[in-house]
Design a protein around this ligand. Structure first.
Ligand code: SF4
Ligand code: SF4
Length: 225
């Protein structure tokens, strides 16, 4: 399915377009750590309690940022100031240069032509190499016996955010992004996401190296990398 521009009107919120070549990326300045996205994901996909395809990572909890910069952690950090409490929706960003795909010894992870990174769960041997390689903590192992990595099949089967591809196939956005009350989860092409972050004066939270992993060297330039 190609990027579905007609969805732009019906979805709204942080979802600007869906389908081929769209990406999912957080606006960290907008996240208020309400957990709505986590609940939306768990309910939509009926995931087990020990699995979070999306989670909120909160740093400097309870701390105030520098004066005038509380609402904008990126600007605070750019100015060498403490950002204060900052929450980051963490999930699979379906990286352009996906390290998980590179390290998987049995090619259980596939970067597809449409840009989605898929898990072939019948191929995964549960070595958890992908968990070590992913900079964003996205791989989940709900079936692991003790959560530890051992070669040849005792680490469970990798599972992660699918970017709700099944919903996208019928013209809906990812459940997390549609649920988010503050539109902190953006879905669209690299350019749409970069433009939206720019419009909001939010900027990208991750460093240049991480941005190149997620968007690839060329598309990362849209974010000023
Ligand atoms: S490296 Fe992590 S975030 Fe990137 S595609 Fe792999 S699992 Fe997803
Ligand atoms: S746990 Fe599965 S998906 Fe991850 S690297 Fe090992 S075989 Fe590949």
């Amino acid at each position: 399915m190609s990027t579905n521009e007609s969805n732009t009107e019906i979805i709204g919120q942080g979802v600007m377009s869906t389908g081929e070549d769209t990406r999912i990326f957080p606006d960290v300045a907008a996240c208020i750590d309400c957990g709505g996205c986590v609940v939306a994901c768990n309910r939509t996909w009926d995931t087990p309690r020990d699995e979070q395809r999306i989670s909120i990572s909160t740093m400097l909890e309870g701390e105030e940022g520098a004066e005038g910069l509380n609402a904008n952690p990126n600007q605070a950090m750019a100015q060498g100031e403490k950002p204060g409490e900052t929450s980051i929706p963490m999930q699979c960003y379906h990286c352009e240069n996906a390290p998980c795909v590179s390290v998987c010894p049995v090619d259980a992870l596939v970067k597809k032509d449409d840009g989605f990174v898929d898990v072939r769960d019948d191929v995964c041997i549960g070595c958890q190499y992908c968990l070590s390689a992913c900079p964003f903590g996205a791989p989940q192992f709900p079936g692991a016996n003790d959560g530890s990595a051992e070669i040849f099949g005792t680490g469970g089967t990798m599972d992660k955010c699918t970017m709700c591809q099944e919903r996208q196939d019928v013209g809906k956005g990812p459940a997390c992004a549609e649920e988010c009350a503050t539109d902190a989860i953006l879905v669209g092409t690299s350019d749409q996401i970069a433009d939206e972050l720019d419009k909001r004066d939010s900027g990208a939270f991750f460093n240049d190296e991480a941005m190149e992993i997620v968007f690839g060297e060329d598309d990362a330039e849209a974010f000023g990398v």
